[in-house]
Design a protein around this ligand. Structure first.
Ligand SMILES: [Ca+2]
Ligand SMILES: [Ca+2]
Length: 524
């Protein structure tokens, strides 16, 4: 009895020693596995005889923050070199109106279609206008004030109808003629904010589309011109400009107040920039920054109330205008230096991040024993599918997301085989594969996965090595031994890998299939 206990104690100590040795050996292997594509860690575990099968174990992918990647490109130039032009978007197209060229306001107007990257002339303005503004309500484009061909300041409100390509000039004018004002459309109303008048103006006038009437809103906090504005959420944001050029304010129509504290000031004074809403943020492109023509671009994220730097425009421009259309922001024309108009059409586009998959599996139905899943880690070493795919080498991949998604398409983008079909159920995508030959790595890519916030392509890789029951990327004697050890056992979550032909029983046929693949290994 005593002797037996001593023997047990010695055995226990030996186990502890082995455990420690195994731990450090495992640590080294894990470090190797990080750089080696083979699944050494699992090999190690299996070689110690542990029945660690990764069913149901969900590998947590390393969170890789995917900042939106934005870039500027020059698109088809505006048909004329101009500045002080007005720009708005409607129905995925960009519309440019008037502006100043050769030291005179003009009436030319053009429509840009992103799909064809072309500008075409549209009906000219009812009269020349420059240093004015445009705002769209989703149906019409409203054109506010500005100077005419004699540099006389106006307070006109014209409404352009993109469908009929006509202007309505019978809408009421606002009260104080201005140029260099800002404007925005929010919830059925058009706002004319400050601007240059006889002096510099601090009034805010509101046009109610439904009642076709103007009224005064709370004054802008100070007289200002060459400022910028945008509507985001249920607020109008305005800021920058000629006076206190780093100050910004948020207007709440509900309380009719301009709130200084609700929005961070600009990181640097800025005026005469292109302004618009893009991906939920207030984007300001170019203009005069610290009184110099700039190519810098910043955006306010209302959620964090912080200004972030975006990639610079290709060309520094001020007195330009911009609008968001078809997933891009277009900064159109503007001056390169005092009084020097240009015809640049600078496009800013951000590529959204794809939704992140939370887990992926290779699923096979083992006859009456039911389906069993082999995890497919989304980072690091690939999961090894060791079961045969039947006569036509069919497999099934399950990919889970954090929230419901839509998927545009799915295909095998690397390796031999093809997608025979896929289904989406909430946050789970099931991809059926066929012709997946043995001894290869494949990558299945889900295209245009969209969870409402993120959009992009999601690749999932898998190793296919029939008979590699311990998943170490090689079929050798260890796999034969492991399979033999399970002969006659019921197929369950701990030993389904040994049911190599996935028929629900582990017998000599499985051993034979492992033996038939002896010497194969997963290609790098
Ligand atoms: Ca193996
Ligand atoms: Ca079998």
């Amino acid at each position: 009895m005593e002797k037996n206990r001593t023997a047990q104690g010695a055995f226990f100590r030996l186990c502890v020693l082995i455990g420690f040795a195994a731990f450090f050996f495992g640590l080294i292997l894990a470090m190797l596995a990080a750089t080696n594509s083979q699944t050494l860690v699992r090999t190690f575990a299996r070689n110690l005889g542990q029945r660690i099968y990764p069913t149901g174990a969900t590998p947590t992918p390393t969170p890789t923050p995917c900042p939106s990647v934005g870039s500027w490109t020059e698109q088809a130039p505006y048909p004329i070199a101009v500045f002080g032009n007005a720009v708005a978007s409607q129905g995925g197209n960009v519309f440019g109106f008037g502006g100043i060229t050769n030291n005179i306001a003009i009436a030319n107007a053009y429509k840009y279609t992103p799909a064809t990257n072309t500008w075409v002339p549209i009906a000219s303005l009812p009269a020349p206008r420059g240093w004015f503004s445009a705002a769209s309500d989703g149906t019409y484009i409203y054109l506010l004030g500005g100077v005419d061909q004699n540099f006389a300041t106006t307070a006109t409100l014209w409404r352009y109808d993109p469908t009929s390509n006509t202007y309505n000039t019978s809408l009421p004018s606002y009260t104080i003629p201005t140029y260099f004002h800002a404007s925005a459309y929010l919830n059925g109303k058009i706002y004319r904010i400050a601007g240059r008048a006889i002096g510099t103006d601090f009034h805010v006038e509101v046009y109610d589309i439904a009642t076709n009437a103007w009224s005064m809103a709370a004054n802008y906090p100070f007289a200002n011109h060459s400022l910028m504005a945008v509507a985001l959420g249920n607020y109008v944001y305005a800021g920058g400009g000629n006076a206190s050029p780093d100050k910004t304010y948020r207007y709440d129509p509900g309380t009719n107040t301009w709130d200084d504290g609700a929005i961070a000031d600009l990181p640097a004074g800025r005026s005469a920039a292109a302004s618009g809403a893009y991906n939920g943020r207030w984007l300001l492109a170019g203009g005069d920054v610290n009184f110099a023509v700039s190519n810098s671009v910043i955006a306010l994220d209302p959620a964090t109330n912080t200004w972030i730097n975006l990639p610079n425009m290709i060309q520094a421009r001020d007195y330009l205008a911009g609008a968001t259309a078809d997933q891009s922001f277009y900064a159109v024309a503007g001056t390169s230096g005092p009084g020097t108009p240009t015809n640049d059409n600078q496009q800013y586009m951000e590529t959204p991040c794809p939704p992140m998959a939370s887990s992926a599996f290779s699923r096979r139905v083992h006859g009456g024993a039911g389906p069993f899943d082999i995890p497919l880690p989304l980072t690091g070493s690939v999961g090894v599918e060791c079961r045969s795919g039947g006569a036509t080498n069919d497999y099934q991949m399950i990919i889970n997301f954090m929230s419901p998604v839509t998927v545009g398409n799915a295909s095998v983008t690397s390796g031999t085989g093809s997608v025979s079909g896929f289904t989406v159920s909430g946050s789970q995508v099931t991809v059926n594969l066929t012709g997946i030959t043995n001894v290869q790595r494949i990558t299945v890519t889900l295209f245009d996965v969209n969870d409402g916030t993120h959009m992009g392509n999601v690749p999932v890789s898998m190793g296919v090595l029939v008979g590699d029951v311990n998943g170490n990327a090689a079929v050798n004697a260890a796999d034969v031994s492991l399979t033999k050890a399970q002969l006659g056992q019921g197929v369950g979550s701990s030993n389904f890998r040994e049911d190599v032909n996935a028929n629900g029983v582990i017998n000599v046929a499985d051993v034979a299939q492992v033996k038939a693949n002896l010497g194969t290994s997963l290609p790098p």
